[in-house]
Design a binder for this molecule. Structure first.
Ligand SMILES: [Zn+2]
Length: 211
């Protein structure tokens, strides 16, 4: 394994622990990846079935563009690796992160009929790459969940094409995907989107109680 892989693996572990401590990756849920090299594509990817609070750098897997392990550590890549690869290729992302928080799960269901969540008017939006004002309207598309991962990857591809400015998307009753040019930016995007989704969810709840 290259030094690049080991460095990236340890940074992915630090990100997993941080997200786990916030309740966004409980149990074995969610997954994380980062690009090690582009030609040919090599990703460092979290393994399937490992508690994200206990994840170790030596458990990270090196996979190619077909989600096949390319050497080093053995283990089973996450079923959702193909979704990460799709996002990396289509968005030119350097890292893709996927969380299963309570609030992203709730809002992915509450707004499913609208096809997405419109997030507008919050200062925290400025943490998303390229956003300069709280007046920005971010559309977070919602995709129906499926256990057919190749089909889900196809749906994600269409959704990314249709919503070129989106910084992430929700999978219904499942979780949030976001990405960035590098791991630091992807982590920031998840933190911003999780903050905004929780804010919207809590606001709905408080308003419902007040009426
Ligand atoms: Zn998931």
């Amino acid at each position: 394994m290259s030094d690049g892989f080991d460095e990236i693996a340890s940074r992915l572990v630090a990100t997993a622990k941080s997200f786990h401590s916030r309740g966004w990756l409980l149990g074995t849920s969610g997954n994380l990846s980062a690009v090690v090299q582009r030609e040919p594509l090599q990703l460092a990817m979290s393994p399937s079935g490992v508690d994200k609070g206990e994840l170790r750098a030596d458990q990270l897997l090196s996979i190619d563009e077909h989600a096949q392990i390319t050497g080093g550590n053995s283990g089973k890549p996450s079923d959702e690796s193909l979704l990460h690869i799709r996002i990396v290729k289509q968005r030119g992302a350097g890292a893709v992160l996927h969380t299963h928080s309570i609030w992203n799960t709730i809002l992915s269901d509450v707004y499913a009929a609208e096809g997405g969540v419109k997030i507008e008017g919050y200062e925290m939006l400025k943490g998303l790459q390229g956003v300069r004002t709280h007046e920005h309207a971010e559309w977070l598309p919602i995709i129906e969940n499926s256990q057919n991962i190749p089909a889900l990857a196809g749906t994600i591809g269409h959704t990314l094409n249709r919503h070129e400015a989106a910084h992430g998307f929700l999978v219904r009753r499942h979780g949030l995907y976001s990405w960035g040019e590098n791991l630091a930016q992807a982590k920031r995007h998840i933190e911003i989107l999780e903050f905004l989704l929780e804010t919207i969810g809590r606001t709905l709840h408080i308003r419902a109680q007040a009426t």
